[in-house]
Ligand binder design. Sequence first.
Ligand SMILES: [Zn+2]
Length: 281
Amino acid sequence: MAAAPSEPRPGDAARAAALVSAARRITVLTGAGISTDSGIPDFRGPQGVWTKDPAAAAMSTIGAYISDPEVRRRAWRNRLAHPAWGAGPNPGHAALVGLERAGRLHGLVTQNIDGLHQAAGSAPALVLEIHGTMREAECLACGLRTPMPEVLARVEAGEEDPLCPECGGIQKSATISFGQALRQDVLDASVAAARSCDLLLAVGTSLTVHPAAGLCDEAVEHGAWLVIMNAEPTPYDPMADAIVRDPIGEALPRLVAAATDGSPEASGGPSGDGVPGGPPG
Ligand SMILES: [Zn+2]
């Protein structure tokens, strides 16, 4: 058990609760860690599929997908078998719905493609899926979007590589593969949500994948507090105002409950333009 350079300090749990209580516009960034309690594996974590099998990661490049029909056939079989189809949201997802209903959620940026925030009841307009969604298929030629279950029904019926019903082009899940550009409108909205919040709460993300991780820089540079809730250390821990390592399914509901039960006026939150006082660190 190597000592991490940035472990939670005494009082971090209380500090996290106080900051979330004080904040008025919270932008949340979620990663795979919030969905592991729903039975969806973390591909990049220490036990992740891609960590243990780099060849599997190489398979998910857009170039390999377009050029190699066998990669596409494997990809469709994997989509059909994806654990998310049988998964439901967990208390971590539900806690963020509570934060939204309390009027404190400014934006919800997720690196996850599983759609579980919307399934939990988060307003679709608030959810920014920077890595796309597995709930839809997209034609790489004409851009047609189709609900994924419709396309997977064709796979189940025997089509190994179902082509676009409109133009015959190659289809793929509407996710961002390695080597594929992020959607600029979603990225812009995510950066705006990070710059205009008074607290960025990063949940279940290793903060190693950019540009998602860079939202922490955007938030802190614009005066926001940074609270990181993740089982493993992240490169942004030294910059954080509080670090929480407890299991998300318990810690996040507790944090949100503590922050929304109390009087919003009680804790002396940010004033004026909402920029929190007190330099981090
Ligand atoms: Zn098409």
